[in-house]
Design a protein around this ligand. Structure first.
Ligand SMILES: *Cc1c(COP(=O)(O)O)cnc(C)c1O
Length: 383
């Protein structure tokens, strides 16, 4: 690449990274120590829990540490968990559904209308039948409607629980879902959690009740994105499942001397290094601090909006702040996420109070102008 091209791109990213408040992609990190590893092709192909590969330039050892850390955080059974570092939340969701389908080939997937688009896409690829269930105004699945839908289930249901929906940061309560299954006398089922964003936040936040979506609550698998809260230079993630769920997945490959039970063959061996850099126990305090700061900043943002007379809100423990959709110009400037009449900001580590203040005053101006305009906004958008 020409030096001028490099310069131009770096300048563009430097300014854009400062003006990004709508997507869960933390820009504040420093992995410069790890650049020494760029000299090698690190490839984690195969099952990280199986040794004896012919290709030795891998970080399986570190990958196992990352997986074990998450297994512990989500209270997976000590002798019955398995997982690997993925390309991101999407692959984790796909994998969870794949495992479920192998266990229950005619199972029907139940998910709420707030579910991330990676789920319907995976269902299409996997050719799985599904039922979409309406959500409550706060973004959580409507449990009554779920119960009504499950009542007609003729095959083992596969439940998709959102642990932090993309737009509203709502959590589907696995304990409540289990109670419904029990009431209906359904004994065979599978629960997959999409914790792509919140999976790197809630376990580190003592106030958040992990027992409503961990393995002890009865989940079978969970997908987490690595790059969102922690922040990495490229996407990655983690998928965790009970080992006993894998009965019909994986085959022995002579060519690599390994077990093939991941989606891709070659896998990025740098990702476990980036994740472990932030997850190792000496950095725990730092993670806690980051999470606490983000939650505090979200509370601050809600208040700042309210002070300007704007109806803003967030779900409990969520760092996603929802408010009425502002002008296209404000959306573009701050790279905001929108859906229908609402927009949101996410108070991830690189977002500062100062940025919040600037966004709040831009939104206030936009909404004032809109009120006077031809199509004033309709009633309240509060849940
Ligand atoms: C980001 C996200 C995904 C997709 O994850 P990728 O890492 O972008 O593939 C899925 N579900 C939720 C709730 C997310 O926030």
């Amino acid at each position: 690449m020409e030096p001028v091209e490099i310069e131009r791109l770096l300048r563009k990213f430097k300014s854009a990274a400062k003006e990004m408040a709508g997507y869960p992609l933390n820009q504040l990190f420093n992995y410069s120590k790890l650049s020494q590893f760029y000299k090698y092709h690190i490839n984690n192909l195969g099952d990280p829990f199986v040794g004896g590969f012919y290709y030795r330039i891998n970080t399986h050892e570190i990958e196992r540490k990352v997986i074990s850390r998450f297994a512990k955080l989500f209270h997976a059974p000590k002798d019955d968990f398995w997982g690997y570092v993925t390309t991101g939340g999407t692959e984790g969701n796909f994998y969870g559904l794949y495992v479920a389908r192998e266990l229950f080939p005619d199972g029907v997937v139940f998910y709420s209308d707030q579910t991330h688009y990676s789920i319907p896409k995976s269902l299409k690829i996997l050719r799985m039948k599904s039922v979409e269930v309406k959500s409550q105004p706060n973004g959580e699945i409507d449990y009554q409607k779920l119960e009504d839908a499950l009542r007609n289930a003729k095959t083992p249901p596969i439940l998709l629980a959102n642990i932090g929906t993309t737009m509203k940061g709502a959590i589907d309560d696995v304990v409540k879902i289990k109670a419904i299954l029990k009431r209906l006398g359904i004994e065979k089922y599978y629960i997959h959690c999409d914790a792509a964003f919140f999976g790197m936040i809630l376990p580190f936040y003592k106030e958040a009740e992990c027992s409503h979506y961990d393995f002890q609550a009865g989940i079978d698998s969970i997908a987490i994105s690595g790059h969102k809260m922690i922040g990495t230079p490229y996407p990655c993630g983690v998928v965790l499942t009970k080992k006993s769920n894998l009965k019909s997945i994986g085959s022995q490959i002579e060519y690599t001397n390994s077990t093939d039970n991941t989606i891709t063959g070659s896998r990025n061996g740098l990702s476990p290094l980036f994740l472990w850099h932030e997850l190792r126990s000496s950095r725990e305090e730092n993670l806690l601090k980051k999470v606490k700061r983000s939650v505090k900043l979200a509370a601050y943002a809600v208040e700042a909006f309210k002070k300007k007379g704007i109806e803003a809100w967030r779900n409990p423990n969520s760092i996603i702040v929802i408010f009425p959709k502002p002008s296209e110009k404000t959306i573009r400037k701050w790279q905001l996420a929108v859906q229908g009449d609402i927009a949101h900001i996410i108070t991830i580590p690189h977002v500062s109070k100062k940025i919040i203040d600037v966004i709040v005053s831009s939104v206030a101006k936009d909404l004032k102008r809109a009120k006077k305009g031809k199509n004033p906004p309709k009633g309240s958008l509060l849940p």
